[in-house]
Write a protein that binds this ligand. Structure first.
Ligand SMILES: [Zn+2]
Length: 433
C-alpha cells in the first residue's frame, strides 16, 4: 500500500474524532482518542511510540523517531497538531465532524488545519517503516495537543517538560505553508512559511467614576474605553517591508509581469486576489479588538471596562509597537500584554533545496517562494529549543480556491488530489532532506 492510498482514509477518520479545543487550559482535553489513533497506526508498523499527556487529563501528545543514514546531521522534526477550533454544524453544508469525502474533497473541521497534514505525515511515516526506508537524517514525528490555545498542554508544555524528546532536532516542518497559489493563467508557486508575526494578547482596562446612569458624567469608563478602541481600530501602523514579504512580492511580480514598487507595495498586493488579505496583513502590525466587557445594569455607570485585542507584530517591531500602542490608546486606558515573539528564518539550505526538488519532481515548472504567516503556530514553542521552522505541508490547490478563508472557516475542506499530491512530495522530501 502506498502512502497516498492511506492518506485520505486517515484524514477522514481523524476529522471524525471531535478534538475541539475549548481553550480551557486546565480542563480535560479532547485530543486523547486522536492521539491514540495516531499512536496505534505508528505502533502497528513497528514504531516505538511515546505517548505523553500534560498535567491536564486527555491532552494526548505522540512522538516517534526514525533513524536516518547520517546521525551526525541534526534531526528533522515533523510536527502537527491534533486539536481543532469549534465548529457549529448548523452553518455547514456537510457535518463538520463527518470527514465525508464528497465532490473530490475531504470535508470537515481540521481538513486544512491540520488533520489533512497530520494524515500525510502519518502515511509517509508508515510507508518508510514498512519499506525499510532509511531517510538521509533522523526524523522525529510529533503529533501534539492544544495548538489552537497556544500549546500550553502541547508543544509549549513538551518543550518545557520533555525537551529530550526533541534532542538533536535542528529544523522542523509543519503548518502553514507548502500550498500552491496559481498566478496569472496557470503558473504555480508554492509558498513556504519562513516567518510568522509575533503575537500579543492584549487586555485593556479603563477606569472611571461609578454612579447613577441618570446623572451627568464626565468620567465614564465605558465611554473612555470605547473611544480608545475606536482610535485603535482606525489607526494604521507603519508599513514595513520585511525580507520574506519582499521576496514573495518580487517572485510574484516576476511570475505575473506586474511591476511591484517596494516603496509602495499595497497597490500590487491589492491585485493578488484571495492572497491579498493574507499578504496585506504582513505589511504592518495589526491590532484587532475582539472582546468587550463592561457594566451590569442599565442605570449604573460601572467603574471599570475591559477590552481584549488580538495584536500581531512584524519581526523586530515589539518595542516600537508597544510605544505606538500606548500613544494611540491614550492616558485613560491601562494596557496589559502577553507577548510571543515573531519567528523568522532564512530561505536557504539543504532542506529548502530538497523542498524545491520534491515539488519540482511532482509539479515541474512550479516555483517555491517564501512568505510570512500573519498568525502563529507551534513553531513559536519549538523555536525555544533553537529549531528552525518552515511551514511546509504540501498541497496542490485548484486555482480558484480561497484557501486562507478555510482556516477556522465554515465548510473547511481539502481536495483529495491535493492531499495525495502533497503526500508524494513529502515522501520525496523526507527521504532526501
Ligand atoms: Zn493549525
Amino acid at each position: 500500500m502506498s502512502p497516498d492510498d492511506e492518506v485520505v482514509t486517515f484524514a477522514s477518520e481523524l476529522i471524525a474524532i471531535d478534538t475541539t479545543n475549548t481553550a480551557d487550559a486546565g480542563g480535560p482535553g479532547t485530543e486523547r482518542p486522536a492521539a491514540e489513533y495516531v499512536a496505534g497506526k505508528l505502533a502497528e508498523v513497528g514504531y516505538d511510540v511515546t505517548y505523553v499527556e500534560s498535567g491536564a487529563r486527555g491532552r494526548g501528545n505522540v512522538i516517534a523517531r526514525l533513524a536516518g543514514a547520517d546521525p551526525s546531521r541534526g534531526a528533522l522534526l515533523v510536527h502537527g497538531h491534533l486539536d481543532v477550533v469549534p465548529a457549529d454544524a448548523a452553518d455547514w453544508a456537510v457535518h463538520p465532524f463527518s470527514g465525508e469525502v464528497r465532490d473530490g474533497y475531504v470535508w470537515g473541521r481540521g481538513a486544512v488545519d491540520m488533520k489533512g497534514a497530520v494524515a500525510q505525515t502519518l502515511a509517509v511515516a508508515r510507508q518508510f517503516k514498512r519499506d525499510g526506508v532509511v531517510p538521509a537524517r533522523d526524523l522525529i514525528f510529533a503529533y501534539v495537543a492544544d495548538e489552537e490555545a497556544g500549546g500550553l498542554n502541547g508543544a509549549s508544555w513538551l518543550v518545557d517538560h520533555r525537551p529530550e524528546l526533541f534532542e538533536g532536532a535542528t529544523e522542523a516542518i509543519s503548518e502553514v505553508g507548502g500550498f500552491s497559489v496559481t498566478v496569472g493563467d496557470s503558473a504555480r508557486a508554492y509558498l513556504v512559511e519562513t516567518a510568522e508575526k509575533g503575537t500579543m494578547w492584549l487586555r485593556l482596562h479603563a477606569r472611571g467614576t461609578a454612579g447613577h446612569g441618570s446623572l451627568l458624567h464626565t468620567d465614564n469608563a465605558v465611554a473612555k474605553l470605547a473611544a480608545a478602541v475606536t482610535r485603535l481600530d482606525q489607526h494604521r501602523f507603519p508599513l514595513v517591508l520585511t525580507g520574506p514579504v519582499r521576496d514573495l512580492l518580487t517572485g510574484l511580480s516576476e511570475m505575473t509581469g506586474i511591476p511591484f514598487d517596494p516603496d509602495d507595495p499595497e497597490p500590487f498586493v491589492a491585485r493578488l486576489g484571495h492572497l491579498a488579505r493574507m499578504v496585506g496583513a504582513t505589511l504592518r502590525d495589526t491590532a484587532t479588538v475582539t472582546m468587550l466587557e463592561a457594566g451590569y445594569k442599565t442605570n449604573v455607570v460601572p467603574s471599570v471596562a475591559h477590552a481584549t485585542v488580538d495584536a500581531r507584530m512584524l519581526p523586530g517591531r515589539d518595542e516600537a509597537f508597544k510605544e505606538e500602542l500606548v500613544k494611540v490608546l491614550g492616558p485613560d486606558v491601562e494596557p496589559e500584554w502577553d507577548t510571543m515573539p515573531a519567528v523568522e528564518t532564512t530561505f536557504d539550505g539543504r532542506l529548502v533545496d530538497a523542498m524545491a526538488a520534491a515539488i519540482g519532481a511532482e509539479d515541474p515548472g512550479a516555483r517555491l517562494l517564501p512568505y510570512m504567516l500573519s498568525a502563529g503556530t507551534d513553531a513559536k514553542s519549538f523555536r525555544r529549543l533553537g529549531i528552525r521552522h518552515f511551514g511546509f505541508a504540501p498541497l496542490r490547490l485548484p486555482p480558484d480556491l480561497d484557501f486562507a478563508s478555510l482556516f477556522h472557516g465554515v465548510d473547511e475542506r481539502v481536495p483529495v488530489d491535493g492531499l495525495t499530491f502533497g503526500t508524494r512530495v513529502l515522501a520525496r522530501l523526507l527521504t532526501q532532506a
